[in-house]
Design a protein around this ligand. Sequence first.
Ligand SMILES: [Fe+2]
Length: 299
Amino acid sequence: MEGYEKLGYMALNVSDVARSRDFYHKQVGLQPSGEAEGIAFLRCSEDHHNLSLHAGGPPGLKRAGFEMKSAAALDQLGARLAAEGIAVSEVPADERKLLGLGRAFRIAEPHTGATYEFYDHMRQWGGQPFQPTVAKIQRLGHFVLKVPDFDGACRFHTEVLGFRVSDMIDGTICFMRCHPNPYHHGVGLGRANEVLLHHVNFMVTEVDDIGRGISRFNKAQVPIVNGPGRHPPSGSMFLYYLDPDGITVEYSFGMEEFPAEGARKPRVMEPIKASIDYWDSFLDPRKATVGAIERIAAE
Ligand SMILES: [Fe+2]
């Protein structure tokens, strides 16, 4: 399978779109890229958007959008999902226009109920490069979901969606890359008693982005809930903080890249705290506690 270009965008439900747009703009450092029908769009690349903020519903994940390598890759994935008996629903033309998408379809991931959207391309925003402000954001990095049926969800993401495992914390966390996208993980799954969005990650360019983030968040009373620390699996330095609804957002700096072919095999790490953070950094219990997953109504 030709596979994935990248994790393209995250759609979040928030309780106050204007307040959250202001936060993701001024604190996180994304650039607003339009507003329509009550949705606020922000970007950290050439794309029309990499984050969309929606009113209504408990705060959390509305959906995750994945950009495929090509229209053929989108077709291949669609055929594979249909063969597995997964309901695939085309995104209507008016909604694709609103979102700047080419051809696109959605599924409900069977183990979390999370809506995943797959598209062949997204329109660029205004033909202008992303202008970093408070942080040199490189890209939308990844998201992590909590899921009770951890093994089933890992199987679905690898065997059906075609993601590849980069590393595992034995029996508890699975980090997967959107092959052939090289970054260590675009999606993570964590074993838990509930289904929840654990966090959304943005990758930054330099260690100063982490340090300046700490100062900026402290001044603005943005709660830092974990870090700064360092993840052994990916080698990245991290900082977790809360958005206005309490959704956990992460900055990370540095991440292993994998070749499309001949990549190292996944490592399996001990399920202990040192496998998550070898700096043993500060951890606030509010981390990863807000993040309802919106379920699309069955058609
Ligand atoms: Fe992360």
